[in-house]
Write a protein that binds this ligand. Structure first.
Ligand SMILES: [Zn+2]
Length: 383
């Protein structure tokens, strides 16, 4: 019954535009101008624009059921369109890269906590393009992100990705590493940071899967072996073809060993999490006094631009104060808490100097790192 009805509708639909026969059920339509040629319904719809237009013009002559049929078609099209949109957003297939300086592409990570929407893509990632090859700085939080990053990068350059610098082990910078291992990219990371990446990685990754809905297939730590990694404890200069880039281990600071890059063509530092702009710097795995020393003494090449690990690109030394003032505050707060025997809850009551008022994510960052720092500072005092 239903089938006959549909066929009738189709027949009526065909009749209104001068088609004589329908054969082969729903799928096939015989063209009135070329009776020997069977045509697929969709082919007919997409290629006979004139006929489609005539359908639209003749719609007022159609009977009630026919209009119903078109309405259904429209509703289904809309449904499919939104399904398509939803799929694309959910899979986060496309990421945005900007050429912020000649030959330097930046994925800008928003200053926000990792959540189910950003899927941990909260840190900056950079690609430097030379005449012969490309250097990528930081992988992003997952295999999926790294793949999207490379796909987007390919719109700008087809040159081989020869080097990958992993600034440090934190997931938002390092968990896309597998994609680059498979591509046989030369990878640089600090040795101790690599050790911790492997040691604490599986536990952290489980938390990301549970709490942020990360893909189970996000990263497989068993696939990562140190044969494929170069441990950098001082510095190395690479040439990407008319473009020299310095890769340097600044030593203990934000983590046990932070790798930075410096592009001589544009006098640009890419610092990873040694520098945070606009938000409180995460300090759970840091040595705060050594970090302050690194910022003051080890970023010693003259620079025109600096791309931080989090926050916007800067061109002025004074803006480093976003990180420095926060670290000074932490250093003072931890020392004060120890000397006065204050509890963690009391540290939260300490007045904030006005230079750090504008920083985002202060209390969550403080909560994440303060306990560990209290223990570290206490040990130091006892020694
Ligand atoms: Zn970090």
């Amino acid at each position: 019954m239903q089938t006959t009805l549909i066929k009738n509708h189709l027949f009526f639909f065909a009749k209104t535009i001068g088609i004589k026969k329908i054969s082969g059920g729903m799928g096939k339509i015989m063209d009135s101008k070329n009776e020997n040629k069977l045509r697929i319904f969709t082919e007919f719809l997409f290629f006979d624009n004139f006929n489609v237009l005539s359908i639209i013009l003749k719609i007022r002559f159609l009977n009630f059921f026919m209009i119903n049929y078109f309405l259904k078609l429209i509703i289904i099209s809309f449904f499919l369109f939104f399904l398509f949109l939803k799929y694309n957003i959910a899979e986060n297939n496309q990421i945005l890269l900007n050429e912020v300086l000649p030959g330097i592409l930046l994925y800008y990570g928003e200053n926000e906590e990792p959540n189910e929407i950003n899927k941990g893509a909260i840190a900056n990632k950079v690609a430097i393009i030379g005449n012969k090859s490309i250097l990528v700085y930081d992988t992003g939080p997952s295999k999926q992100f790294a793949k999207s990053f490379i796909k987007e990068l390919r719109k700008y350059s087809k040159k081989p990705i020869k080097y990958l610098v992993i600034s440090h082990r934190h997931f938002d910078h390092a968990y896309g590493i597998e994609v680059y291992i498979k591509k046989k990219v030369t990878i640089f990371i600090d040795k101790t940071e690599y050790f911790y990446l492997k040691k604490e990685g599986p536990l952290i990754n489980n938390l990301l899967i549970k709490n942020l809905g990360f893909n189970e297939n996000n990263i497989n730590f068993d696939d990562i072996s140190d044969e494929k990694i170069n441990f950098l404890d001082d510095s190395i200069e690479v040439n990407l073809g008319n473009r020299r880039v310095l890769i340097k281990n600044l030593g203990i600071a934000h983590t046990k060993g932070d790798l930075i890059a410096y592009d001589y063509n544009t006098n640009t530092y890419i610092t990873g999490d040694v520098i945070f702009i606009g938000r409180a710097a995460a300090f759970s795995d840091a040595n705060i006094p050594m970090w302050i020393n690194v910022i003051n003494n080890k970023l010693n090449l003259s620079w025109d631009y600096l791309i931080p690990g989090h926050g916007s690109i800067i061109n002025n030394m004074l803006e480093l104060n976003d990180t420095k003032n926060w670290l000074y505050f932490l250093d003072n707060a931890v020392k004060q808490a120890i000397s006065e025997g204050d509890m963690i809850s009391e540290i939260f009551q300490y007045p904030l100097p006005k230079e750090i008022h504008h920083l985002k994510m202060k209390s969550i960052t403080l909560r994440q790192g303060i306990k560990k720092q209290l223990n570290l500072y206490r040990k130091k005092y006892i020694e």
